[in-house]
Write a new protein. Structure first.
Length: 662
């Protein structure tokens, strides 16, 4: 993200006010002239004369521009200018030269960098009174680091080229802290020779530089695509977490679940984790600037014919935030807006961390427990095979051929559910819905007919929390406990032992089965009471679904504009738009490779359950609701049994594109 840059600091039409500010600028200019001809220390400690050094200018010394410009102090002969005299004065103290005007800076410098709020501000700065154009001459280079409008920037570059002045765009992502540390991501585009000329200067700011295209404006388009993902994932995650708080889950548990599962994104990794750790991070980025970027991204989509269904909702939420909180509100303050809309607190200072039950309370040695599994489908089968690596398993499925396959791998088959319940101390279940779980347990010939007090049911279905609690209450009458332990990470994650497992249920029962669950994966999160595991799974799936569809929407904009998916994958996954979805999907999209093994109808079912929870607890969930509707369309258009990856076809159809080869 860009850092917030106050308009009054960068509006090129606004001259310094007479009086104290004007005197300060004139004084700085006199001191600058006295420094002419002095030697400067550059990187490596060698002394070079000012005439031999590349003369660099920087205009726009707000939070982000100032941080970027400071990276150049000491490595280059730096001249600065800003409409805010105090901002310029701070650089004078660092040894930079302060120019009396933008035009004078252009006369003194070989390369001029800009970081302003908008492309319209850049145009006024370049071509307005006492603007850059008055001091620019053939052979000079302008580097625009503004998060701007690609078409406007391209027009400015074309106009400058008539005077022999070159231009590239090089916006950044990573925040003010990243700029100060030299770790920020720079996206650059323009003709190769101009890019090469700019590279030594850009490298002094950060070595993480990606060329996004040969057209001036391509990098700004990439930055807009990145911010579509950055803002979209942020707001979607906060909306869903607010719903989870209203359902009784702790922020710590939800953050752990999301970060261990496929829903992970920069918001969960940085913002939410910082809140959990008591170390909230400041974005140093105005909400109004992110709104500006969403407006520009939607404008870009309209110009190239790319639908922005989800981004429109994101933009609407940001507009509400700016209208409610004011132009100066920072991006992190959007959390307060989400809290207000949901009538909850995402962070409760008095709340203890997520419950951490003991794991040594079991009275029976885990290795002696007899374990059974019901439901050997794609997911249940993968989980069963993982447990078979460390123990003997008894299994049951309604499909005899599937059971025979597991027998050939070393499992013992049960004649029926009643027999499995009698023969096992712990029975795992993984079936499509909670209604089927109830039938497996209490239906004719079900597990209940063989259960005895002290036994434990572990439900790994992605189920309905309300039904789960009802089933648990009925089992309790039999002296049997229920632990809900759905998973996130797919069959591949199960096979690799990296899957995330979200658990709810009595602490002592969880402690008994915890070592068994750990044999599947060490990534366990205890979420509290019975049903909370299923609430956490629905939260995780809702976040992951939003990440996925936002990735497709951003990719649609990129492809329609003319960016390469390979470049997008490289840039986004090193920038603030990163998520588990972008990490998996973007590198595979142009080649049509699979990234999931999950049916559309099952994800639609999970999103319906999450939506019903939101309605029951009074949480808006605007973005996730839009995503659910798109999944419903996908089910009708592509078929319920279609794989999750096929949703990409829906976006291709809406935009009239093909991701393959893009």
């Amino acid at each position: 993200m860009d850092a917030p840059r106050r308009r009054e600091r960068h509006h090129p039409r606004r001259a310094a006010r007479p009086g104290r500010a004007g005197d300060l600028l004139r004084g700085l200019a006199r001191r600058a002239r006295r420094r002419q001809g002095r030697a400067r220390t550059v990187r490596g400690g060698s002394q070079v004369s000012d005439g031999a050094a590349i003369k660099i200018g920087y205009i726009g010394l707000g939070a982000m521009g100032g941080a970027l410009a400071r990276r150049l102090v000491g490595t280059h002969k730096l001249t600065v200018w800003d409409v805010n005299a105090a901002a310029a004065a701070s650089f004078d103290k660092l040894g930079a030269t302060v120019a009396p005007s933008a035009a004078e800076l252009a006369r003194q410098c070989d390369i001029v960098l800009l970081c302003l709020p908008r492309s319209s501000d850049v145009r006024k700065l370049v071509f307005g009174p006492s603007g850059l154009a008055e001091g620019l001459s053939a052979g000079k280079l302008v580097i625009d680091q503004t998060s701007g409008v690609p078409a406007e920037t391209h027009e400015i570059a074309t106009q400058l080229a008539t005077s022999g002045v070159a231009m590239i765009d090089a916006p950044v992502s990573g925040g003010v802290a990243g700029a100060a540390a030299g770790t920020i991501t720079i996206m650059a585009s323009g003709p190769q020779d101009n890019y090469q000329k700019a590279l030594p200067v850009l490298t002094a700011i950060s070595t993480t530089i990606f060329r996004c295209g040969s057209r001036v404006g391509d990098a700004q388009a990439m930055k807009l695509v990145n911010n579509v993902l950055s803002a979209g994932c942020r707001l979607a995650t906060l909306e869903i977490v607010a719903m989870g708080r209203k359902m009784g889950l702790s922020l710590a548990a939800m953050t752990d679940v999301i970060n261990k599962g496929s829903g992970r994104n920069r918001t969960s990794k940085v913002m939410l984790q910082g809140l959990v750790d008591g170390k909230p991070s400041a974005s140093s980025f105005a909400m109004s600037l992110m709104l500006k970027d969403m407006n520009q991204a939607i404008q870009l989509g309209m110009e190239c014919g790319a639908p922005t269904t989800i981004t429109n909702v994101v933009r609407g939420l940001l507009q509400i935030g700016v209208s409610t909180l004011g132009e100066s509100a920072q991006l992190e303050e959007v959390m307060g807006l989400i809290e207000s809309m949901a009538a909850t607190r995402i962070v409760n200072p008095s709340e203890a961390a997520a419950a951490q039950p003991g794991t040594t309370a079991a009275t029976v040695e885990t290795k002696d427990l007899r374990v059974g599994y019901v439901g050997l489908g794609t997911m249940g089968g993968a989980l069963t095979r993982r447990m078979m690596l460390s123990r003997k398993m008894r299994v049951f499925d309604v499909r005899p051929e599937v059971v025979h396959g597991f027998e050939s791998e070393g499992a013992t088959s049960a004649a029926d559910l009643r027999s499995l319940a009698r023969e096992c101390d712990v029975i795992f279940i993984c079936v499509p819905t909670s209604a089927i779980v109830r039938d497996v347990v209490f239906g004719k010939g079900g597990l209940a007919e063989g259960l005895a007090p002290g036994k434990i049911i572990v439900d790994q279905t992605t189920g309905d929390p309300t039904m789960t609690r009802s089933i648990a209450a009925d089992l309790q009458k039999l002296g049997v406990a229920l632990v809900d332990a759905p998973v996130s990470g797919g069959p591949r994650g199960a096979a690799a032992g990296t899957i995330a497992i979200m658990c709810g249920g009595p602490a002592d029962s969880y402690a008994t089965v915890q070592p068994i669950l750990a044999s599947i994966s060490p990534n366990l999160v205890y979420c509290g009471q019975t049903g909370n595991g299923h609430v956490a799974k629905l939260i995780q799936n809702a976040v992951a679904s939003c990440n996925r569809l936002l990735t497709y929407e951003a990719a649609t904009i990129a492809v329609k504009y003319g960016l390469r998916l390979e470049d997008m994958a490289t840039v986004i996954n090193k920038s603030t738009g990163w998520s588990g979805a972008s990490e998996r999907i973007l590198p595979a999209l142009s080649e049509g490779k699979a990234t999931a093994d999950f049916q559309l109808q099952l994800m639609a079912k999970d999103l319906k359950l999450a939506g019903r929870m939101a309605m029951d607890c009074g949480a808006p969930m605007l973005i996730a609701g839009t995503v659910r509707s798109l999944f419903e369309i996908g089910v009708h258009e592509l078929g319920g049994t279609a794989n999750l990856d096929s949703v990409a076809q829906l976006f291709e159809s809406m935009a009239g594109i093909k991701f393959a080869g893009a």
